[in-house]
Design a protein around this ligand. Sequence first.
Ligand SMILES: C[S@@+](CC[C@H](N)C(=O)[O-])C[C@H]1O[C@@H](n2cnc3c(N)ncnc32)[C@H](O)[C@@H]1O
Length: 182
Amino acid sequence: MLTKEQFDKHWKDWADGAPKVDRFLITQDPWELWTFCEFLKDYKTYLEIGGAWGHSIWFAAHAMNANYIATIDLCESHSGPFLASVVSKLNEAICPSLLYTGNSNDLVDSVKEEYEILFIDGKHDYNQVKRDYENYGKKATKAIVFHDFCQPGPHQLLTEIGVDRVWYSNPDNGFGYAVKFK
Ligand SMILES: C[S@@+](CC[C@H](N)C(=O)[O-])C[C@H]1O[C@@H](n2cnc3c(N)ncnc32)[C@H](O)[C@@H]1O
């Protein structure tokens, strides 16, 4: 579990240590991510599709009372090595942590465990978000969280399947979390 003070410290450390991509230092909005941490604190297992630089999985692992966590990512050259190092650190410091490298469409059978929380944040076009939801939603036991739900792809899917809770800091940036409980 993370206090707000610990969150702020992690946020600063992350901003100091994360690779910089163009002018973007970090990939999430702090208020939204803090609210996500608050949401996660009673859960123990977590699978994230689209780990990127590991920003969300790092905070999720610290916020939860984590038993095991995993992420799936294409691990492109700009982000994959950093994500691997984040997962390795979580493995040592927090709980068993797995990185599945490849396209989520090809890894469905490799991901054998169930997870309380599924966080979908890979490619955001409608067809891919829907595929990730259909392929991995059945492995989630408590809730499915969609990131960037203000973007057209996730938004369209969510109008079809319905949501139970949303939060966002600014709809113009396309960010925002939407939760569908099982
Ligand atoms: C928006 S970023 C994720 C940000 C990350 N969840 C975070 O909160 O810091 C999307 C990531 O999904 C990956 N990705 C896109 N399509 C994918 C797919 N079909 N399978 C696996 N990873 C995918 C991209 O390579 C990228 O690293």
